[in-house]
Structure formats: structure tokens, C-alpha cells
Ligand binder design. Structure first.
Ligand SMILES: C[S@@+](CC[C@H](N)C(=O)[O-])C[C@H]1O[C@@H](n2cnc3c(N)ncnc32)[C@H](O)[C@@H]1O
Length: 224
């Protein structure tokens, strides 16, 4: 590798990458203001694009997301399944400790919303009842403390179909590179979860081609 290519790969690109991540995360009127069909969607558009690609490729039996907020992601997932003309029993399930008024207005027959703590045993059993046994795609975006995320990961890993994904969102907090004083969060939960884990691998090729993801190292593919 010549000197210029080395400089780009190891110095210039990482610096610009972190710079853009910080700029986009902290600028007013960026991700906090994005909407999908009128519902706020707190996501990086690059990540939404990857979701679309995964959903089209995997044709999941269901999509389950913890952390609904305004419901923009739920609407997005349901709309993609609609566009793909997936059967109406392919559900999009959301769980939030307090469902917002707006999310309750979502009017799509494949959407099911549950209210409560995503790690509550009784609630998890209720969710389990309406889902097919083969598993689907799981997205974790609720309480971002390491303890909660790790608990969710151990519960919801059993809901993921083979070859499908469990996406742990917002691994960028606690200095990766945003919110350096957040404390241990999703990034640290993923790191612990992956120790000695043989069922999932971190599919970094998926997001790295876009250079940036709010969920870097959090796109986990179930391999057995
Ligand atoms: C980052 S927001 C979710 C954003 C949403 N997924 C989106 O893409 O727009 C986090 C949500 O998690 C919910 N939440 C926090 N703690 C929770 C818990 N223990 N169980 C379930 N939901 C929780 C909050 O009420 C909040 O609506």
C-alpha cells in the first residue's frame, strides 16, 4: 500500500467518519426531526435503507421492535412489507413501556403494539403467543442502559430466525462516538453478549459500506 492510500485508510477516513457522525448527531433538525408518513422516526436514513434491504432479502415471518416512541419505524417496516405484498399475517410488533398517543393512531392491519417493560416475563409470553415459532427479525431500541439491553438480547435472541438479524440500536452512545458520558450502553452490551457466543456474528460488512451507522457493530446475524 502506498503512503497516500495508507493515509486515507487509517487517518483521513476515520477522522472524517467520526466528524460526520458527530456533526449529524448533534446538529439541530437532523435525526430528531425525521418523519416517515408523518410519524417521527428517530433513525439515520442510511440505517433505514439497510433495514429495507434486509427486509426485502430475508422476507421475515415477523419484525419485532422494542422501543416504539412515535411509531415511525413501525410504520416504515409495515409499509415495506405492504409494498412487498407480504401476507397480512406477517406482523410488525412493537413494545414500549408507554405507548405514545401518535403510535396508538397507527392504522395498519399488520401492526400490533404492546405496552409494558420489554423484559417483563408476562409481556414477553403475551408477545410470544401471537408470533410464529420459526422466528423473525428483532430490533432493540428501548432503554439503552447496558443492563437492560443485555437482558433484552438474552430474551429476544430466541425470537430470531436462523440467518436473520437481531439489531441492537444506538451502539454509538457512550463515546462511540457520541454522548461520551452516557455510561455503559448498547455497545458494551453487545460486547458482553458476543463473548463466547457462537449463535450470532457481527455483520460489519453490512453497514460499513455506508461508512456510518448509529448501530455500528450492532447488526447481529444469527448463524445457527
Ligand atoms: C429511542 S426511542 C425509540 C425510537 C423508535 N424505535 C424509532 O425508531 O423512532 C426509545 C423508546 O423506548 C421506550 N422504552 C424505554 N424503556 C423501555 C422499557 N423498559 N421497555 C420498553 N420500552 C421502553 C421509551 O418509552 C421510548 O419510546
Amino acid at each position: 500500500m502506498n503512503y497516500f492510500r495508507w493515509l486515507v485508510k487509517w487517518i483521513i477516513e476515520p477522522v472524517f467518519n467520526v466528524g460526520f457522525h458527530l456533526l449529524w448527531y448533534y446538529s439541530p433538525y437532523t435525526w430528531q426531526f425525521n418523519t416517515f408518513l408523518g410519524y417521527k422516526v428517530k433513525q439515520l436514513p442510511f440505517d433505514l435503507h439497510l433495514y429495507q434491504e434486509l427486509i426485502f432479502r430475508l422476507k421475515p415471518n415477523f419484525i419485532l421492535q422494542t422501543g416504539v416512541a412515535d411509531g415511525g419505524s413501525i410504520m416504515y417496516f409495515a409499509s415495506i412489507l405492504d409494498l412487498m405484498k407480504m401476507p397480512s399475517d406477517v406482523l410488525v410488533v412493537g413494545v414500549d413501556i408507554q405507548l405514545s398517543d401518535n403510535s396508538k393512531k397507527i392504522d395498519n392491519p399488520r401492526v400490533r403494539l404492546f405496552e409494558g417493560d420489554s423484559t417483563d416475563d408476562n409481556l414477553v409470553a403475551e408477545i410470544r403467543k401471537i408470533l410464529p415459532s420459526g422466528g423473525g427479525m428483532v430490533i432493540l431500541d428501548s432503554d439503552h442502559s447496558k443492563q437492560h439491553v443485555l437482558k433484552e438480547m438474552h430474551i429476544y435472541k430466541n425470537f430470531v430466525a436462523s440467518d436473520s438479524y437481531m439489531i441492537v440500536e444506538d451502539t454509538n452512545v457512550n463515546g462511540h462516538p457520541v454522548k461520551p458520558f452516557f455510561g455503559p450502553g448498547p455497545y458494551e452490551a453487545v460486547k458482553d453478549f458476543m463473548k463466547g457466543n457462537t449463535a450470532f456474528l457481527q455483520d460489519d460488512n453490512l453497514w460499513r459500506r455506508n461508512k456510518i451507522s448509529f448501530h455500528q457493530r450492532g447488526w447481529l446475524r444469527k448463524i445457527n
